[in-house]
Ligand binder design. Structure first.
Ligand code: NAD
Length: 375
C-alpha cells in the first residue's frame, strides 16, 4: 500500500496533508509513504524531517508512481495526476460543488475521490472532520486579524494618562468557528455578544461568558437540525433578524461573521445600510466571503474600506497557520484511514455509512447522490 503526499499547488495554499507524525503512524500500519519534494516547507516541515520519519521524498512523478492513496489538502488539478495505481483513492478537501468539472475528471481517470468535507457529523467521525479542525483555528485567527486591523485596543486599560475602553465584539454564526471566535475575543478582553439561528447555541454563548442576541418573535431552528447544520430561514425570520442586527450593530466595534448553509450561498447578514451605521474604524471579518459573503460588498481575499469600516473578506484563513492546521488536517486523514484499516488486506476498507457519505467517484463514474444528475 503506497500513500502519496502531494505538494499543494493552489495559490495561497500553505498547508500539507501529512506530517512526520502521521507519516510514522501510516508506516506503523504497514504502508509505504512518498512525499513530494518541498511539500511541507511552508508548514515548517523540511524534506529531511519527512525522510527521518521514514518517507521517501521525491518528484511528483516519483511520488505518484504506483500510489494507491493520494493525500491532499485541496483537490489537485487532474492534469497533474498520472502514474498512480488502478482505482487509487484521492482523499482531500475536494470542494465538490465548486470544482465539479474536476470531479468528473477524477472519475474519468479511474480515481476514487473521497471528499473529506462530506464527512458525516456523527460521533465516531468527529476526529476525522476537517471542517471542524480547520474552522476552529480559523475562528481564532479571524479575531486576531480583526484586532490587528483595529486602530484601538480590545481590553479596557486603565493608564496614568486615562482609560481606554473595551472593544465590543459581535460574533454572527456560532458554529465551530464562531465558538472559538467568542472565546478568543473574550480572552483578548473584548465585551462579546453573539447570535445564531439555532436556539441550541444560546446556552453555549452564555457558557463562554458572552451575551446572546436572538430573534425571539419568530421561531428559529430548535435543537441541532440535520447534522447540526442550519437551513435557509423564512422571509419573516430574515426580516426580524435584520431589525435586530440593525439595532445592535451600530454599537459594535468588531464583527466576525461565520454563517454558512451547506450547498447554498452564505446568508446575507449585514447590508450596506447597516454598515453605514457603524463607527468609523470598526472592523468586520467576513469568514463566509468565499461562499458569497455574509456582508454586502465584501470580496473574498480583499480588505475594503466601506463607509469608514474595514471589511476583511477572509480567504483560506486556515492557510495563515499552516503548522497547526496541517497537523490537525493530517490527523483527520490518518484517523479516517486508520479507522478502516484492514490488517489482512493491508489497506483501508470503508464501511457503508462513511464510505457513501464521502465517496464522489468509483469505477469511472460520479456516484455521490448529491452530485449525480447535477452538472
Ligand atoms: P457552519 O460552518 O455550517 O455554519 C456556521 C454557523 O452559522 C452555524 O452555527 C449556523 O447555525 C449559523 N448560521 C447559518 N445561517 C445563519 C443566519 N442566517 N444567521 C445566523 N447564523 C446562521 O456550522 P458548523 O461550524 O459546521 O457547526 C454546525 C453545528 O454542527 C454545530 O452545532 C457543531 O457543534 C456541530 N458539529 C458537529 C460535528 C460532529 O458531531 N461530528 C462536527 C462539527 C460540527
Amino acid at each position: 500500500m503506497r500513500i502519496a503526499v502531494l505538494k499543494e499547488l493552489a495559490a495561497g495554499e500553505t498547508r500539507v496533508a501529512a506530517t512526520p507524525e502521521t507519516v510514522k503512524k501510516f508506516i506503523g500500519l504497514g504502508a509505504e509513504l512518498a512525499v513530494e519534494t518541498g511539500a511541507g516547507v511552508q508548514a515548517s516541515i523540511s524534506d529531511s524531517d519527512y525522510s527521518a520519519a521514514g518517507a521517501k521524498v521525491g518528484s511528483r512523478a516519483d511520488v505518484l508512481k504506483g500510489a494507491n492513496i493520494i493525500l491532499g489538502i485541496q483537490g489537485p488539478d487532474p492534469k497533474d495526476l498520472s502514474g498512480f495505481a488502478d482505482g487509487a483513492w484521492l482523499a482531500a478537501g475536494l470542494n465538490p460543488f465548486g470544482e465539479r468539472a474536476r470531479v468528473d475528471e477524477y472519475a474519468r481517470l479511474g480515481i476514487e475521490a473521497l471528499a473529506m468535507e462530506f464527512m458525516p457529523r456523527i460521533t465516531r467521525a468527529q476526529s476525522m472532520d476537517i471542517l471542524s479542525s480547520q474552522a476552529n483555528l480559523a475562528g481564532y485567527k479571524a479575531v486576531l486579524l480583526a484586532a490587528n486591523a483595529y486602530g484601538r485596543a480590545f481590553p479596557m486599560m486603565m493608564t496614568a494618562a486615562g482609560t481606554v475602553s473595551a472593544a465590543r465584539a459581535f460574533i454572527m454564526g456560532v458554529g465551530v468557528a464562531g465558538l472559538q471566535a467568542i472565546a478568543t475575543a473574550r480572552r483578548l478582553g473584548a465585551q462579546v455578544s453573539a447570535t445564531d439561528v439555532r436556539s441550541a447555541t444560546k446556552e453555549q454563548i452564555i457558557s463562554l461568558g458572552a451575551k446572546p442576541i436572538f430573534v425571539e418573535s419568530v421561531a428559529g431552528i430548535e435543537g441541532e437540525g440535520a447534522g447540526g447544520y442550519a437551513t435557509e430561514m423564512s422571509e419573516e425570520y430574515q426580516k426580524a433578524q435584520a431589525e435586530l442586527v440593525s439595532a445592535h450593530i451600530a454599537k459594535q466595534d468588531i464583527v466576525i461573521t461565520t454563517a454558512l448553509i451547506p450547498g447554498r450561498p452564505a446568508p446575507r447578514l449585514i447590508s450596506d445600510a447597516q454598515l453605514a451605521t457603524m463607527r468609523t474604524g470598526s472592523v468586520i471579518v467576513d469568514m463566509a466571503a468565499e461562499s458569497g459573503g455574509n456582508v454586502e460588498g465584501s470580496v473574498s481575499g480583499e480588505t475594503k474600506r466601506i463607509h469608514g469600516v474595514t471589511v476583511i473578506g477572509a480567504k483560506n484563513i486556515a492557510a495563515l497557520m499552516p503548522a497547526d492546521t496541517s497537523a490537525l488536517f493530517s490527523r483527520n486523514l490518518f484517523n479516517f484511514l486508520s479507522a478502516f484499516w484492514d490488517k489482512e488486506a493491508g489497506r483501508p476498507i470503508l464501511d457503508e455509512e462513511i464510505g457513501n457519505a464521502v465517496r464522489l467517484t468509483q469505477g469511472g463514474k460520479v456516484v455521490h447522490d448529491r452530485l449525480v444528475g447535477q452538472n
